[in-house]
Design a protein around this ligand. Structure first.
Ligand SMILES: Nc1nc2c(ncn2[C@@H]2O[C@H](COP(=O)(O)OP(=O)(O)OP(=O)(O)O)[C@@H](O)[C@H]2O)c(=O)[nH]1
Ligand SMILES: [Mg+2]
Length: 306
């Protein structure tokens, strides 16, 4: 039976395939269980939660290996009983869904019952891989590039448009619009935009807010305009702290042609050895908010809950 003193909070972690959802959850679980580091929320109890999935992904995270694509496992329920500095206990529910489920909300206009129920209420954490943003192709930019390299415009045959051709930000804005209205969800909620793989994105010298405005202007303007009543914050997160070793199962998929852009990359992550040597593994984590940096992944959860 549910404990009456315990607050129940649901946070839906959403994002396209490869946006860093599973890695974020693994890093969060590592951090809340790490007694040596200060944080806003820490582990309280197992309760009646099944934590086998969290234990499994944390093991992979600690070994500095990339997580398996969640589509190979399917949606997993994730529940954590956490406690704040004054002893209040909160049970946070954050299901880990395959990014393909969010992609099919855009491409096929389809949504399964279990995922639909989890998106209906509560706060949202939107993961966007800062290393994989597919930007719009501007005609003026293309023309300038052609002039610079002195290449004539080639006549391309018209191709039928498919939803998968849409830029990342178009897919994400549609996703947020869908979950802001019945029958899927409701408006006026809190959202954290987590720009993941921040170690790859930070080289541009932008704050997470500036990254959002420059790289995903449609998403930034949609949130800012407040039409669906979102209250938002943007963070940059490096849940691994750098590049982990590739997962062989994911590589196998690539060889079958599903994600060919990764095929040529080496199995060894360039930062993996260094990260495995960090004394307290949770110290690999980095979270950036404005100009501030910490490793407290529970701070955005606390903001989403209040
Ligand atoms: N460099 C770097 N890469 C990261 C970081 N976090 C995640 N990644 C990489 O991003 C890719 C996707 O990470 P996942 O956590 O599996 O993403 P996901 O959203 O769960 O993906 P699906 O399960 O397919 O929906 C993997 O190659 C990760 O290694 C990070 O902090 N730094
Ligand atoms: Mg995943």
């Amino acid at each position: 039976m549910a404990n009456p003193d315990r607050k129940m909070v649901s946070i839906s972690i959403i994002g396209l395939p490869g946006s860093g959802k599973t890695t974020f959850l693994a890093a969060l679980w590592e951090l809340v269980n790490e007694r040596r580091l200060p944080k806003v929320l820490r582990f309280h109890s197992i309760g009646d939660n099944d934590q086998s999935y969290l234990r499994k992904i944390v093991k992979v995270w600690r070994s500095a290996k990339e997580q398996a694509r969640t589509r190979l496992i399917g949606l997993s329920a994730v529940k954590m009983n956490l406690q704040n500095g004054v002893g209040n206990v909160v049970q946070i529910t954050m299901p880990d869904a395959p990014g393909e489920d969010f992609r099919s909300m855009w491409e096929e206009r389809e949504l399964g019952r279990v995922l639909g129920d989890s998106l209906a209420a509560g706060s949202i954490m939107l993961l966007v891989n800062g290393n994989k943003v597919k930007g719009p192709a501007w005609i003026t930019e293309r023309a300038t590039q052609r002039r610079a390299i002195k290449v004539q415009k080639v006549e391309v045959l018209p191709r039928d448009w498919e939803p998968s051709f849409a830029p990342t930000q178009v897919q994400l804005v549609d996703l947020l619009q869908q979950i802001s209205h019945p029958p899927v969800g409701r408006a006026c909620r809190k959202i954290v935009v987590m720009i993941s793989a921040w170690d790859k994105a930070e080289g541009e010298g932008l704050t997470p807010d500036a990254f959002l405005v420059q790289k995903l202007p449609l998403l930034a303007q949609y949130l800012e305009a407040g039409r669906d009543g979102w209250t938002y914050r943007a963070y940059g997160v490096s849940a691994q702290g750098g590049e982990y070793d590739r997962n062989a199962e994911n590589a196998e998929k690539n060889e079958e042609g599903e994600e060919p852009e990764k095929k040529a990359k080496p199995a060894k992550g360039k930062d993996a050895d260094r990260l495995r040597e960090v004394d307290i593994p949770a110290n690999r984590i980095r979270l950036v908010f404005g100009e501030r940096e910490s490793n407290d992944l529970t701070e955005p959860l606390q903001w989403l809950m209040n």
